[in-house]
Design a protein around this ligand. Sequence first.
Ligand code: FAD
Length: 458
Amino acid sequence: MTEVAIVGAGPAGLMAAWQAAEAGHEVTVFEGSSDVGGMSASFSIEGQRVDYGSHRLHPSTPPHLLEAIRSLLGEDLQTRQRNGRIRLYDKWVAFPLRTADLFRHLPLKFSISSAFDIVRRPFLGANEDTFQHEVTRRLGKTVSDEFYTPYAEKLWGFHPSKIDSELARRRVSASSPLTILRRLIKSSSPSGRAFLYPRNGYGQIVEAIADAVISAGGKIELNSPVQQIHLNDGDCHLESINGRHIAELVWTTSPLNILPTIVRPKPDKNVTEAAAALRVRGMVLVYLVLDQPQFTEFDAHYFPGLDTRIARLSEPKNYRDGSDPKDQTILCAELPCWKTDAIWSASNEELGNIVSDDLIRLGLPKMKLVTTEVRRLPSVYPVFESSTREERKTLLQWGNSLGRLSSFGRQGLIVPDNIHHTLAMGWDAAHALSKDGEFNDLAWSTALNRFESHVVED
Ligand SMILES: Cc1cc2nc3c(=O)[nH]c(=O)nc-3n(C[C@H](O)[C@H](O)[C@H](O)COP(=O)(O)OP(=O)(O)OC[C@H]3O[C@@H](n4cnc5c(N)ncnc54)[C@H](O)[C@@H]3O)c2cc1C
């Protein structure tokens, strides 16, 4: 039996804790906030469960993880069909895109230019290593300019000509116009639009895993931000506001760019400077409580254009067949931003007005707004600036050289990954630890290489 301390009760930390506790190890999870789940948690507003933005469990979740989740949630894990819309050329088009709908709504100019792009693609110029170039190379200039360029700028706060092509590899799954066409055909059938979602909100997944941790004998300490981790020859000491904890191994899902301020001995200057150079974009989530049973029949609206700060709007009630209040609904608007932006510190009322005015201006129905609630996530989208490629590498190498400490999870590896990716990280960390307490470094570094191939599903 090995004593493992885990930093963070998000999906990655909880899955690692569950699997390690099941294998008989002594596990304690330290969570800085008052709830489990991290970005994948749910919480209640006016008696209705909401998530931190639009969340779905993708059908591409690896079978062993899906089986594990199903074993906890049973019938509560519902299979639903996506029913979203995207705003393109001032029109609403079904999203995921569907062939008939696209031809009906998109201007002829778009289709003709995209067709020309297919012919032009092989002749595209020199190999610039940027997000913009990579998307143009794969999907053509029209799709890149009209959709990805503004959307990328909205999410990451930089023009995509300043963003590393690596982010395109991790974030844009379509590799050619042919892939888009195949997807169009697939999403034109109901089964091609399927996703999974729990009856009581997305957070039901992490809550069930947290219960499984406890049932397997693990401990979860809430309100316990870990402030220092001392890495010694024979053990590790974690300092949280609740005191000192000694463990043989530490698995942390805390942001890797913050870790150099927590770990002792302190890393070299080049590591602390690399960490300081990396930027992570935050997000303000604006929840509008409406005095009406439903806003629209759609689960999500996507806004790629720069004519609004909203990136996506979701209506949680439409994601599930649950026990939501009948006469009320809630909308959640996602506004990516820097922590220094005025919008980050705007009042609830100001944010409520910005969002509701924009929605009406962009052609959505009028709403009966009762009240606005706001949540702020400081660390959502890692920005792969081309100018900080070396710094990212330096930080990852350092994070992977700390012996008794392993860093993983979306923020622990500074990646834009989905929940199923981060659950896989937690699973693989736990399964690299043998029953007799040996952490298999080779198995873990093989897993880290495998995580490199994750591509985000939208
Ligand atoms: C708006 C939005 C929409 C998304 N939509 C989807 C989707 O549809 N499908 C999908 O699969 N994924 C989606 N994701 C991604 C998904 O939420 C993440 O992949 C997942 O939550 C990451 O899990 P994690 O455990 O790695 O990290 P997190 O969820 O970030 O959890 C980390 C935890 O560690 C805690 N922590 C950090 N530092 C410390 C410390 N020093 N001491 C103690 N605790 C600490 C934090 O409080 C947090 O609880 C979305 C994310 C966002 C923001």
